[in-house]
Design a protein around this ligand. Structure first.
Ligand code: PLP
Length: 405
């Protein structure tokens, strides 16, 4: 799944280019940098890969999300619709700009349920933020229809799905703004990094300034730059961008390996009739970083997780339902509004209304779901062995289940 599995001389070469000039910052130092502009090169490569007009690199996926919300003008008291299954960065970024996260159920796509989104809209809703989890896509057509009908912004969190597509278009190029993470466990890594993508020149100019304290980047003297609006430091470094540049050149290779390994593993799990698979709105566009699958009940799934642990083969099989970081049930710090600094009244009251059992429809999906991370370095024999071990464990759990009924 992550690019760090295939790390090599290509990454080292790009980083060495930067080490040799000693210019680690992406802006300025035009003479001493001797023509080395890794961040600019990576931004151009992202645009070319995804077919978008503009890409702005950031220090992380979280800062990319924060930047995306800010440039879209989302702020104090605005409501942003986000899924119950995502990474904590989604609500961190929303709270960070002063807005209110409105949690909404996921369905068997493991992403926003469009019907639940419709029900969550209020006069304060400004933005719908689908999160393309685990390498695959949200049901974008109905979500785009909802946004058009209610004049809402569609912000795609494609942090986990670089290189995945929906009906021929790359994820992150479909909404007004897209965001990506290049942290250490993502498909393409910079070690740490992220990107905001858009086809709007106005939004791009805002992202360019916002991520660098509001600098307008119009002159050659940073001290003389104007600051038309407030910003932050969400810059990436040249060293990080250099790593990403070597990685993005391997994207096609990563994707083709993932697709092959995914297909082989899926074929093995498909031999068990009780196993069903994640609903994928456009199967051809799946980046195949994970194979996500369901068992008939939460109880059976829990037994399987215990069995995989007992056999020492749980690694790489994620039961998000019990995960502290990816599913709302365990976001106790959010439910308790455990902020180090005072939140606004509207944020505080929205958070304290949340409770761990508020989303039974999501629980019914996530309680039965396992995502198996697809390795880039697996051999065919290893896939067969992994698949057969999982199938063996599932059959054991199912027969035990039948014996007790
Ligand atoms: C990784 C991730 C982020 C945040 O990215 P960082 O680079 O780790 O800050 C945001 N959203 C999702 C869905 C992610 O998986």
């Amino acid at each position: 799944m992550p690019g760090f599995e295939l790390f090599g001389p290509e990454e080292r070469k790009e980083v060495n280019d930067v080490l040799e000039t000693g210019i680690y910052m992406r802006y300025g130092f035009d003479g001493p940098r001797k023509g080395i502009w890794k961040s600019k090169e990576l931004e151009a490569a992202i645009c070319k890969t995804l077919g978008v007009k503009y890409a702005q690199l950031t220090s992380s996926g979280t800062s990319a999300l924060t930047t995306a919300l800010a440039i879209l003008g989302i702020g104090a008291g605005d409501e942003v619709i986000m899924p119950t299954f995502t990474f904590v960065a989604s609500f961190e970024a929303i709270l960070g700009v002063g807005a209110v996260p409105v949690l909404v159920d996921v369905d068997e796509t493991l992403t926003l349920d469009p019907a639940a989104v419709r029900r969550a809209i209020t006069p304060r809703t400004k933005c719908v933020m689908p999160v393309h989890m685990c390498g695959s896509m949200a049901d974008l057509d109905p979500l785009m229809d909802i946004c058009a009908a209610h004049q809402l912004v569609l912000l795609e969190d494609a942090c986990q799905s670089f290189g995945a597509r929906y009906k021929g278009k790359y994820l992150g190029s479909i909404g007004q703004v897209g965001t990506f993470s290049f942290d250490f466990v993502k498909t393409v890594t910079c070690a740490e990094g992220g990107a905001v993508t858009t086809n709007s020149e106005d939004l791009y100019i805002k992202a360019d300034g916002y991520t660098d304290h509001g600098h307008d980047h119009k002159g050659v003297d940073r001290g003389a730059d104007l600051h038309p609006f407030l910003g932050f430091n969400y810059r990436i470094s040249e060293l990080h961008a250099a790593v990403g540049l070597a990685q993005i050149r391997k994207l096609d290779k990563f994707l083709s390996i993932q697709k092959k390994n995914h297909q082989q593993l899926k074929a093995i799990l498909s031999t068990v009739p009780e196993i069903s698979f994640r609903k994928i709105p456009d199967p051809a566009g799946d980046s195949c970083t994970f194979l996500s699958w369901f068992l008939p009940t939460e109880a059976i799934t829990r037994s399987l997780v215990a069995e995989l642990k007992e056999q020492g083969i749980i690694a790489g099989n994620f039961y998000w339902f019990d995960n502290n970081w990816h599913y709302y049930r365990k976001w106790t710090h959010l439910h308790q509004a455990a902020s180090l600094s005072r939140l606004s009244e509207v944020q505080h009251s929205a958070l304290t209304k949340l409770s761990p059992d508020a989303f039974p429809a999501s629980d019914r999906v996530m309680g039965r779901c396992i995502s198996t991370a697809i390795g880039l370095a697996w051999t065919d024999d290893q896939i067969k062995e992994k698949g057969e071990k999982i199938v063996g464990a599932v059959k054991k759990v199912l027969s035990r289940e039948k014996a007790t009924v």
